[in-house]
Design a protein around this ligand. Structure first.
Ligand SMILES: *Cc1c(COP(=O)(O)O)cnc(C)c1O
Ligand SMILES: [Zn+2]
Length: 401
């Protein structure tokens, strides 16, 4: 059985305990496996030959598959036209919009809800900027258990609220921001025996590790020089780093990619910490950006994510909303990859670092685009010119072509 280990004081706990932080020191927990228990489950040839998806990497996951909707197995595109625009030779996009609800959160939830079922729990909950709630709701529905989600009122893209509602979650909109919603749901989960599936939950993060596994596999078992990720609560960048570290321990890969985290100008506590070489993040009170999925002032996985960057010699950068929209349009118009704004920040950040000379043109790069275009159609109507309305006759139409 894997255990839960505190990343600060190294205490370990049973994985059957419902814990999100260390009871002794409040540190973040991570799932820890002994070398023996991974090896017992791992058949490398079998792993390499299976169909792409989260559960093919089950030797590195903390429970068995109990609920799945064919998550993961998302495309890795080689994007030559985008590479030209960015100014690098070789650029790949790992497009997580290809998941069942259109974001990478599904990878975490298939594992998190499977764990809830293993422990016999009948309610799951989260706070969310939107995508977490959509993913929790769909896996709750498929598993036949209750999902409770807290959203910051007025700050969630409509497509995401629509998903949570249609999949039958109990959706509660609170009149404050995401950080407050998370505080409240943590308390509510403790009071009501609800399994909390925000990214502070180390079991959920195990599912998200598989983004890195798939990218390496899709590159023919080659590790890219760098991986770029949007950073909100900083769970995803931490998860991918942990997963690839575990692969290195087991000799599946030899090196780690440099992990690079991108935030928006209006919401960049993580970037500030990295630029000042700090070991701790100072939260920001009023995060603001059109990239709602990363409008987060107090990233809960800060310590893990700082470690991911420092450990790999990676970096962090912030980009303006305007740069995000520009990258979003380039993805859509040069490559046919439609993403929501937060996703495009990974590409915008890469471009900025190439322009600054911090990233070399000959590095092999993977940018993760985290969520689908249709999540946030209001934003699109805002940043693209709405269609012209014209008289319905052929001459007028021809005049407009
Ligand atoms: C959740 C989310 C993020 C942020 O991921 P973290 O793990 O919180 O850093 C980025 N983009 C999209 C589309 C998301 O849904
Ligand atoms: Zn501890």
């Amino acid at each position: 059985m894997p255990s839960l280990r505190c990343i600060e004081c190294d205490s370990t706990f049973s994985d059957q305990e419902i814990l999100y932080v260390c009871p002794s020191c409040d540190g973040l927990l991570e799932v820890a496996y002994t070398a023996g228990e991974v090896e017992e489950r791992l058949d490398i040839d079998e792993m390499k030959s299976g169909v792409l998806g989260v559960w093919k990497y089950r030797a590195f996951l903390p429970c068995d598959e109990r609920v799945s909707i064919a998550e993961g197995g998302t495309p890795l595109y080689k994007t030559d036209r985008l590479a030209d625009w960015v100014g690098v030779d070789e650029l790949y996009i790992k497009n997580e919009g290809g998941n069942p609800t259109g974001s990478f959160k599904d990878r975490g939830m298939t594992v998190g809800v499977s764990k809830a079922l293993e422990m016999g729990l009948s309610r799951v909950g989260c706070a969310s900027t939107g995508n977490t709630s959509a993913a929790l709701s769909i896996y709750g529905a498929k598993a036949g258990i209750d999902a409770i989600v807290l959203l910051p009122a007025g700050k969630v893209a409509m497509g995401k609220v629509a998903q949570a509602l249609m999949h039958g979650a109990n959706v509660i909109s609170i009149k404050d921001n995401f950080d407050r919603a998370l505080e409240l749901v943590r308390q509510a989960c403790n009071e009501k025996d609800i399994y909390l599936l925000n990214s502070v939950n180390p079991v959920r993060l195990e599912g998200q590790k598989t983004i890195g596994y798939e990218a390496v596999e899709q590159l023919g078992w080659e590790v890219p020089d760098r991986m770029f990720l949007p950073v909100g609560n900083a769970g995803n960048i931490s998860a991918i780093h942990k997963g690839l570290r575990e692969w290195r321990q087991h000799g599946i890969i030899e090196e780690l990619p440099k992990m690079c985290g991108i935030q928006s100008e209006g919401s960049k506590p993580f970037v500030k910490a990295i630029k000042n070489n700090q070991k701790k993040i100072t939260p920001e009170g009023e995060p603001e950006t059109l990239a709602t999925a990363i409008r987060i002032g107090n990233p809960v996985n800060g310590p893990k994510a700082l470690n991911a960057v420092y450990d790999t010699g990676g970096t962090a950068e912030s980009v303006s909303d305007q740069e995000i929209v520009e990258a979003q349009k380039k993805l859509a118009r040069l490559e046919g990859i439609g993403v929501e704004p937060a996703s495009a920040s990974s590409v915008a950040g890469l471009k900025k670092l190439v322009d600054n000379g911090e990233v070399e043109p000959d590095e092999k790069i993977v940018c993760v685009t985290t969520g689908h275009l249709l999540k946030d159609s209001e934003e699109i109507i805002e940043v693209c010119k709405p269609p012209k309305e014209v008289e319905a006759n052929l001459q007028t139409v021809l005049n407009h072509i």
